[in-house]
Design a protein around this ligand. Structure first.
Ligand code: GUN
Ligand code: FE
Length: 444
């Protein structure tokens, strides 16, 4: 059982910025879900008397404490399709596989079952914060919020909005949609759960007209909610959006004229932004969810993350299941490194993202993208304690222990082991997960 007060003793690592990795050996004190003390000096060892009544968690020499992972973009209702039907480009994939599945979530019982599995899977993978797309159905999507409350995941939950026709008949009447969204927002807020927030979710400009988007922007302002969508993922998508919005010169302009772009907005993909669109996004304070697994599987493109970071665009990582074939942010880190290296090999000098930069994007970068960095993303006194206890040599895990280590100090050893975890690890190495100070996974 978890207690309300913990002291974690051993190595801990967190990314302070894209370029700064902080690795220390000492202890972290957590009270009522918040970090109240960080000691970076392991010699102060008389913890038993100093912290009577606290649960003292002593890490072994290989274990490391890191901040929880942030998934800035995933589709909870698409999980039953994970790993299937990735043989078509975006718009065909949506029509053939995705919309027919999402339609099933009018069945609330079905929704409740799937969402329970999804939330548990993500927590097991170390995702302590997730920004979810639900489906068009308000009741079904409330089940996602309920699962997050039950299993204690920090989440944004969005009821998807669409009002333009498609072959699956998966869309809503505009007035009805806006009324349902407002009720959905009020229902989520009525849970009064500080880990769960509603987010407005116009699917993308292929599925939403101006009336719907501007109506949603109004609701977002009224309730001070985040808003999420997709932008510039695929060339046919961009072409189609410009065709149905002939007065707009760019995809971003379609969202901008409907007041979607602001510092509460998270846009997924953004692979093919023009320089002008990039400046608009930066200027408006929009964040990007980079989804490399999906971008590769649907052959959507290679997102120039380095260029965006160099231009001060805020970037987090997303798994984008089921366009993405993995529900793990560890996988998203590796694919971010791979895609960036492919761009560098194609001639974009300096585009490679290092493992420690990927670690930043998966933690503090994601928290910044969701505007949660005052609460989570790194270890700082005053922040809430969302954390993963990593055991690189966990029993039955994928990393073999060899009688050889190039590192000398404990800090250097922790850096080596963190690196190994990021390149090779999986959920077996995530032996404990904490959300706001409470243990939600425990393999120890
Ligand atoms: N664009 C609009 N909807 C979707 C979706 O469900 N997945 C992805 N990858 N892109 C989208
Ligand atoms: Fe998506």
């Amino acid at each position: 059982m978890s207690t309300k007060k913990h002291v974690f003793v051993g190595s801990f690592a967190s990314a302070e910025s894209l370029k700064e990795l902080s690795v220390n050996v000492g202890y972290i004190v957590v009270e009522d879900g918040k970090i109240t003390k960080i000691n970076k000096d392991e010699r102060n060892a008389d913890l038993q008397s100093q912290f009577a009544g606290y649960e003292i968690v002593r890490l072994n020499d290989s274990q490391i404490l890191i901040p929880g992972f942030v998934d800035c973009h995933t589709h909870a209702p698409q999980f039953p399709n994970i790993g299937v039907g990735l043989d078509r480009p975006l718009l065909e994939w949506l029509a053939k596989y995705t919309f027919p599945l999402e339609k099933r979530y009018s069945d609330v019982e079905f929704a409740a079952k799937v969402y329970d599995v999804v939330v548990k899977r993500l927590l097991n993978n170390g995702t302590t914060t997730a920004c979810y797309f639900g489906s068009l159905h308000a009741e079904g999507t409330l089940e996602l919020a309920k699962s997050a409350i039950k299993h204690r995941q920090r989440v944004f939950v969005g009821k998807v909005s669409m009002n333009l026709q498609n072959d699956a008949g998966y869309f809503n009447d505009t007035e009805k949609e806006l009324a349902e969204v407002q009720t959905f927002v009020e229902n989520v807020l009525a849970y009064k759960n500080d880990l769960v927030q509603p987010i407005l979710t116009p699917r993308f400009a292929v599925s939403c007209d101006d009336d719907l988007m501007s109506g949603l922007a109004e609701i977002s302002d009224k309730y001070d909610c985040r808003i999420q969508s997709h932008i510039s993922e695929n060339h046919s998508e961009i072409e189609y959006v410009l065709k149905i919005n002939p007065t707009c010169k760019s995809y971003a302009e379609v969202y901008d004229k409907n007041r979607i772009l602001n510092n509460r907005c998270i846009m997924a993909h953004a692979i093919h932004l023009t320089d002008c669109e990039l400046q608009t996004m930066v200027h408006k304070g929009v964040s990007i969810a980079h989804c490399p697994a999906s971008n590769t599987r649907l052959c959507s493109g290679l997102c120039p993350v380095r260029k965006y970071l160099d231009n001060n665009l805020v970037v987090g990582l997303g798994t984008d299941v089921s366009g993405g074939d993995s529900a793990s942010i560890l996988d998203a880190m590796r694919r971010t490194m791979d895609v960036s290296a492919h761009l560098e090999m194609k001639g974009d000098k300096g585009f490679t993202i290092s493992w420690s930069e990927a670690f930043y994007l998966a933690t503090l970068g994601g928290a910044k993208a969701l505007k949660l960095d005052h609460k989570v993303g790194s270890f700082e006194v005053g922040k809430e304690f969302d954390a993963l206890l990593i055991d690189p040599y966990a029993f039955d895990g994928p990393i073999d222990k060899h009688d050889y280590c190039i590192s000398s100090s404990k800090e250097e050893r922790a850096v080596t082991l963190l690196q190994k975890f990021i390149y090779l690890g999986d959920d077996r190495n995530i032996v404990q997960v904490y959300v706001k100070g409470q243990r939600v996974k425990d393999l120890l």
